[in-house]
Design a protein around this ligand. Structure first.
Ligand code: THU
Length: 144
């Protein structure tokens, strides 16, 4: 059995995989799941939601953040798992630029720098959000 942290990371990745099963991605056929873990242990998931007007697609991470904030959550973001299609040799999926900014808003509200678990076929890449989005623009800049 692994350490507690490793086990909860596995659970977070499983939650992201489960979320991807609900993906609405008929145009790209690229199902993505995201799972957010908060300081109290709660998990909020999201999946990508595409649109016949292709450019309006919502990424899994953005949907997860919208769900969490819609439920009143304003901080405590500790970890994020992102899972895409896991075919042979698939590199770890990393959040797109817009999602990095969206994740940063929720993280900044609680003053955390969450670890992002980017799942690939052969490895899970663990990076801090601040590494994915250095020198982020956030609420502080607006005095918010
Ligand atoms: N997508 C995500 O949901 N998250 C990412 O981090 C990368 C891309 C979605 C958007 C679109 O529905 C599909 O993947 C293909 O780009």
């Amino acid at each position: 059995m692994g350490s507690g942290a490793a086990m909860s990371d596995d659970a977070l990745i499983s939650a992201a995989r489960e979320a991807a099963l609900q993906s609405y991605s008929p145009y790209s056929n690229y199902a993505v799941g995201a799972a957010l873990r908060f300081a109290d242990g709660s998990i909020v998931t999201g999946t990508n939601v595409e649109n016949a007007s292709y450019g309006l697609a919502l990424c899994a991470e953005t949907v997860a953040v919208a769900k969490a904030m819609g439920d009143g959550i304003r901080g405590g973001l500790q970890a994020v798992a992102v899972v895409g299609p896991e075919g042979q040799g698939t590199p770890p999926i990393t959040p797109c630029g817009r999602c990095r900014q969206v994740l940063n808003e929720l993280a900044a509200l609680g003053g955390t720098d969450p670890i992002v678990l980017c799942v690939g076929a052969d490895e899970v890449r663990r990076v801090l959000l601040s590494e994915l989005l250095p020198h982020a623009f956030g609420p502080d800049h607006l005095g918010a």
